[in-house]
Write a protein that binds this ligand. Sequence first.
Ligand SMILES: CC(C)(COP(=O)(O)OP(=O)(O)OC[C@H]1O[C@@H](n2cnc3c(N)ncnc32)[C@H](O)[C@@H]1OP(=O)(O)O)[C@@H](O)C(=O)NCCC(=O)NCCS
Length: 186
Amino acid sequence: MLRHDILKQREAPPPVSLRLAKPADAGLLSMVGQATFLESYAGTLPVEDIVAHCATKHAPEVYKAWLEDGRTVTWLVEASHGGAPVGYLVMGTPDLPIKDPDPNDWEIRRIYLLSRFQGSGNGRRLMETCMRYAKASGCARVLLGVYSRNDQALRFYERMKFEKVGERMFRVGGSDYYDYILGRAP
Ligand SMILES: CC(C)(COP(=O)(O)OP(=O)(O)OC[C@H]1O[C@@H](n2cnc3c(N)ncnc32)[C@H](O)[C@@H]1OP(=O)(O)O)[C@@H](O)C(=O)NCCC(=O)NCCS
């Protein structure tokens, strides 16, 4: 049985709410960013790369800069009971090596949920929220990079109607990983 089918058979996760993040949320985003990265790649990537990536790419300053730059939009998913962060999505101007860049391209930089909150529609809700926002803001195409061996995410993106438009090497810690670049109209 596929992992996603197993997730779907579990008891429904606790309810969550979704909201746009603000600069004061940098600490919460750093926490959920590191927690979801560790959970997603423990057992796949070497610990040195995970630690280095979390220290540099998930520091509160990284999120604070995004939250203040006026070109990046971030959503936070929080448990309705208690308010703990359980997921997030960051969308901004693309930093991707594609052949045909367009000024109206945007990039989903990150989309992550804690595993307990996966498999029950929260990913779709996050994706549809960001797509609505992108469309209303004049975005022509939403791009993203995904690790070529992240089968779970690839199936999710396929279901969300993304198609392959390129590839790149992505540095995590001291290693480079082969990613696909996917895209679709919002
Ligand atoms: C990718 C992720 C955000 C998807 O969120 P999710 O809550 O599990 O997805 P949903 O339950 O909303 O599923 C949405 C749709 O995709 C499908 N889908 C999701 N994962 C799937 C899988 N592994 N296999 C088959 N279908 C899948 C669902 O069946 C569902 O289809 P439907 O709405 O038509 O019924 C989440 O699994 C996650 O955080 N994964 C770990 C982090 C990660 O890899 N992020 C991407 C980095 S590039």
